[in-house]
Structure formats: C-alpha cells, structure tokens
Design a protein around this ligand. Sequence first.
Ligand code: NAP
Ligand code: GDD
Length: 345
Amino acid sequence: MPRTALISGITGQDGSYLAELLLNKGYEVHGLVRRASSLNTQRLDSIYRDPHDAGPPLVLHYCDLSDASSLGNLIRAVQPDEIYHLGAQSHVKVSFDLPEYTADVTGVGTVRMLEAIRASGARARFYQASSSEMFGSTPPPQNEGTPFHPRSPYGVSKVFAYWAAVNYREAYDVYAVNGILFNHESPRRGETFVSRKITRAVARIRAGLQDKLYLGNLEAKRDWGYAPEYVEAMWQMLQRPDPDDYVVATGECHTVREFAELAFECVGIDWRDFVEIDPRYYRASEVDVLMGDASKASRILGWQPHTCFQDLVQIMVDSDVKLLDDELSGRLVRADRGRSYMPGD
Ligand code: NAP
Ligand code: GDD
C-alpha cells in the first residue's frame, strides 16, 4: 500500500515542491485548496493529473483553515499517514494589516488541524511549519533552544502554533514535530517576498519594462536557503522514530542590500541606478538578523544545505529572465486543460 500524505498549503511555494518530492517517493498525495475567484493551482502545473487519466496520485480537495468541519471531514475521509501543515497567511508585513485574520488562519488554524486529528483518532504524523520569525529580536545564531521574541502578528501566531504542536505531543501523544525553517526561496517564491520582488524587477528592468524598484529596509539580514532542499528536511523529520523539533538553515546571513546588489550584477546592471527606498515597505517592528544553527538537523537527520547564497540569487534571476522572455515572445502558453483542477467544479 502506498503511504498517504495530506498537505495544507499545497498551492504555495513549499507545498508544490513537497508534493513533487512525495509523489516521487511513491506517496498518494492529497492537497487542501482554498476557494479563490481565480486559479491558484499554477505551481502544481507540472504534476497535475486529470482525474480521468492514469498517473501519479495527486488529489485536491476544497478546504479552508478557518473551517474546522471541513478539516475534520477531510482527515476522516483521507486517513493520511502524514500531514504536512504548511497553510498560513505567511506574509509578515501583511500580518500588521490583518492581525486578527493572521492569528485565526496561521495560529488557530493549526489548533483546528490538531483537533481534527485528535477527534478522528487518526495516527497521522503531523508536521508544523514553524518559522525563524518566532526568534524575532533574539540575537543570532538561533537554534532549537533559543528563546522566542516575535516581532509581528505573524510571528506571534507562529509561536502559538508551535506551542500547540508541542502541547498535543505532550498531552495526547500526537506525533507532532516543529520544523523551524529559516527563509527559503526559489523561482516559485511569492512575488511580494523581497527576494522574488527583486529578481522579477531585475528581469523587467533588463527588458526595459520597469525603471524603478522600490524597497524598504535594506539592512535587514536573513539566512536564505533554497526551498527544494528545505522540503526534503520536512520529510526527513517525519521519518524519525520519535517526534522532535528541528531548525533548518544555512548558517550564513546576508543583507537585503547584498541580495539586490548581486541580483542586478547577474544581468550586468548597477543596482544603485534603479533601487529607491519607500518607507511604506518598512515594518512597524522589524526582525534585524536571522541566522540559524542547523547542527541538530545535520547530526540527527543528516540534512545539509547545498545551494549557496550566490547560486540561489543566480537561479532566481535566470528563472525570472527566462519567464519574462518566454512571455514576451509568446512561447509561454499555459495549457488549457478544459477542466478545473478541482473535483466538482
Ligand atoms: P506560501 O507560498 O505563502 O503558501 C501558503 C499556502 O497557504 C498557500 O497554499 C495558500 O493558499 C495557503 N493558505 C493561505 N490561507 C489559507 C486558508 N485560509 N486555508 C487554506 N490554505 C490557506 O508559503 P510558503 O513560503 O510555501 O511557506 C509554507 C509554510 O511555511 C507557511 O506556513 C509559512 O508561514 C512557513 N514558513 C515559510 C518560510 C519561507 O521562508 N518560505 C520559512 C518558515 C516558515 P493560496 O495559494 O490560495 O494563497
Ligand atoms: N517583502 C518585502 N518587500 N520585504 C522587504 C522589502 C520589500 O519591498 N524591502 C525590504 N524588505 C525586508 C523586510 O523588511 C525583511 O526584513 C526582509 O526584507 C525579508 O522580507 P520578506 O521577504 O517579506 O520575508 P520575511 O523574512 O519577512 O518572512 C519570510 O520568512 C519567514 C522566515 O523567517 C516569510 O516567508 C515568512 O512566512 C517566514 O516565516
């Protein structure tokens, strides 16, 4: 029997890479998709299978983290062996504008998942997508023993969700792990996170379609890794005999300024001619430095990062340059499958 995995946030950056990884490992993969007025399944294009065709078993279900009954019904129906809970309102700046919504989806949504597991009696292993944002203003290097001091409604919600996972492990013997992941990026990164905002702008400026890139705090430092390597760590965590919490990071940090400088350098443009500061992108309270110590993940999981900062920036710039060239030349046509991805639409 193939193992069955359920992924919340399957339409996001990490969810799409994780779905690919699990399908390649022979899992039956189920994904939770929230209803949107336009298609939100683009990142799954490469692994989509028409339900009428034979192929890798990927099944999508309408469900929402704000709707406890839909979560309960889904977990009872799918009876997954592993649940990867990646769904969240994941944008830190947006969380200052939508604090209550972020607490509901990112924080309480995790409790709804855990309650659904408990109520269903399923023996599913549970992965919680915890975040380095929980460390906030605590100085680096940050590891599993570092105290939390979150600096945004998003960070506060993730701390709540982290402790919910620990509590269900201790109180109800749920196999729950926290993966405390530092920033990880890729060509599939959402367009409003700073890395992708920069690499898209580089491609557009190179093509003469944009003449300025407005950014906020250039001095913030982040520990930036490559997303496909980070989803491998998620899977490894759920394969251990006992549940535990792990930091996943590269151990190196760079400023936003360095990211921008390097990204423009990749296409031979001087970033100073195009980047301007717009205080609208400043945060009410900022996280100045994140730099993780992933020695526990290395020791116990055997996990190591392989893509360095310079290569990550190059991968993202190359991808956005190609994407734009393909769009401009008309080579990029999103195949119209004539049907929705979702059952019953
Ligand atoms: P992402 O690209 O923003 O994806 C978030 C996912 O959550 C999307 O699939 C989104 O659906 C879904 N979602 C949002 N609200 C929902 C709701 N009410 N009900 C159901 N699904 C909902 O995030 P990511 O970068 O892949 O990150 C995955 C997880 O890891 C998140 O929990 C994030 O907070 C956490 N994390 C990320 C990083 C990082 O650097 N990437 C680091 C640490 C932790 P739509 O596609 O419809 O928007
Ligand atoms: N988004 C954005 N846009 N950030 C900017 C900009 C801008 O125009 N200008 C400067 N920044 C700075 C932010 O102030 C922050 O210090 C840094 O760039 C990184 O911002 P984001 O890319 O938005 O990511 P984040 O670090 O706030 O949050 C991401 O990483 C967390 C893990 O540490 C998200 O993926 C979270 O979901 C994740 O938990």
